[in-house]
Design a binder for this molecule. Sequence first.
Ligand SMILES: [Mg+2]
Length: 211
Amino acid sequence: MDQVAFRQLWRRFAELVHANKTALNELDAAIGDADHGSNMDRGLGKVVEALDAGPEGSLRADAKLVGMTLMSTVGGASGALWGSGMLKFSIALPDATVVEWSGFIDALDTFVEALSKRGQAVVGDKTMMDVLLPAMTELRASAEAQESGEEIVVALAEHAKGWSDATRELMARRGRAAYLGERSIGHVDPGSVSTALWFQALADTVRAQVP
Ligand SMILES: [Mg+2]
């Protein structure tokens, strides 16, 4: 993954969230406070602006910029989680313009671990971790099997959508939706949907890179 692709990944994520803004707000309206789409859309718009204006320093600098921007512009738990997680992610990236696929996966692992510690959510709690934790397991396994980055992320984007859809049947145990208890069952978790969109953005980016 190089710096051009990394910036493209965030541009694509911003596009996908923008296109799904209303749907994400509606999901959040059912079990939260109806702002997840608007929050993420506003924050990612700022991320794209910041990256476009940012100097071509390094992946680490770009990821730090993404993290700082998300922390300061996205409200609610999502902003704190995505923002602080991206700051951890940035530290795990090299101070260079290119990272090996294995190094990118290691950095993602750091991101997921940071979120796991901060949010204390596990699989089945009806949060973004219902996508992130199995995604990490799958990324690790496919990297060990030495599959190509493209094969991995295209399959992963589809699985991420499935894991997100599956949160519909779960009862929320973390975050605002947990107050609803059983009434949270029957609604997809919006944080899991936006997280699945990130994996879609990753797949679209990697696929566009391969000639
Ligand atoms: Mg909300």
